[in-house]
Design a binder for this molecule. Structure first.
Ligand SMILES: CC(C)(COP(=O)(O)OP(=O)(O)OC[C@H]1O[C@@H](n2cnc3c(N)ncnc32)[C@H](O)[C@@H]1OP(=O)(O)O)[C@@H](O)C(=O)NCCC(=O)NCCS
Length: 180
C-alpha cells in the first residue's frame, strides 16, 4: 500500500545510515523495495519476493561485514535505500575501490532529491574511509539512474550486452566509476 501524505507542506526528506530496525522500519523498507521492483527498477529482483524473503534480505544486509545500508525517509517513513559495499579483506589489490549497490526510491517518493542525497551520503562515508573510487553498475534501460549518476560525475567506462535478462530479453549494462 503506497504511503499517502495528508499534508500540503513540502515533504521532509532525510537520509541516514541504518544501523538497526525500529518500529515500522522493516515493514516500510520492504514496501518501498516491493514498489520499486514492481515499477521495473529493482536491484536484481524482477518480481517482489515473498515478504519473508524480503525481510530476511534486509535483516541480513545490516549484518554483512563491510556493508553500510542507507535509507531515505519522507516524513519519517522509509522510502528509499542504497548500500556501500567494501571489498573483502583479502582483496588487497582492490582495497581502494568501494561499490555502490542496490539504489532505489519508491515511485511515490521520487523527484524530491532523495536519491541524490543518498548517493552524496555514501560518497562522504567512502571518502572518509579512505576509498579512492566508488564504482557501480546499472541496467542501460534505467535512464533516470543513469542521468543521476552522470550528473554526480560518475564516468561510464564500459558496457556489457549480456548484463541482465528481463522477461526473456537481454538487457545491456553500464559500468561506472567516480574518483573520490
Ligand atoms: C533513479 C532513482 C533512484 C532516482 O530517484 P529520485 O529520488 O527520484 O532522484 P532525485 O530526485 O534525487 O533526482 C536526481 C536527478 O535525477 C533526475 N531524474 C529523476 N528522475 C528522472 C527521470 N525519470 N528521467 C531523467 N532524469 C531524472 C532528476 O532530475 C535529478 O537531476 P537534477 O538534480 O539534475 O535535476 C529512481 O528513479 C529509481 O528508484 N529508479 C528505479 C531504480 C533504479 O533504476 N535504480 C538504479 C539502479 S540499481
Amino acid at each position: 500500500m503506497p504511503f499517502a501524505r495528508t499534508s500540503n507542506l513540502p515533504p521532509v526528506i532525510t537520509v541516514e545510515r541504518l544501523l538497526e530496525l525500529h518500529g515500522a522500519d522493516l515493514h516500510d523498507l520492504c514496501d518501498a523495495a516491493d514498489a520499486a521492483i514492481t515499477d521495473g527498477g529493482g536491484f536484481g529482483w524482477l518480481r517482489p519476493p515473498h515478504r519473508t524473503a524480503m525481510e530476511r534480505y534486509w535483516q541480513g544486509a545490516l549484518v554483512v561485514p563491510g556493508r553500510s545500508v542507507y535509507v531515505g525517509r519522507m516524513d519519517g517513513v522509509i522510502a528509499a535505500s542504497t548500500q556501500l559495499s567494501r571489498p573483502a579483506g583479502n582483496n588487497e589489490a582492490r582495497a581502494g575501490a568501494a561499490y555502490l549497490t542496490t539504489c532505489f526510491v519508491a515511485p511515490w517518493a521520487r523527484g524530491h532529491g532523495m536519491a541524490r542525497r543518498l548517493l552524496e551520503a555514501v560518497e562522504v562515508e567512502a571518502r572518509d574511509d579512505g576509498f579512492e573510487t566508488l564504482q557501480l553498475d546499472v541496467r542501460a534501460t534505467q535512464s533516470a539512474a543513469i542521468h543521476l549518476y552522470e550528473s554526480l560525475g560518475y564516468v561510464c567506462w564500459g558496457t556489457n550486452p549480456y548484463y541482465a535478462k528481463v522477461d526473456g530479453v537481454q538487457v545491456a549494462g553500464r559500468y561506472y566509476y567516480k574518483i573520490l
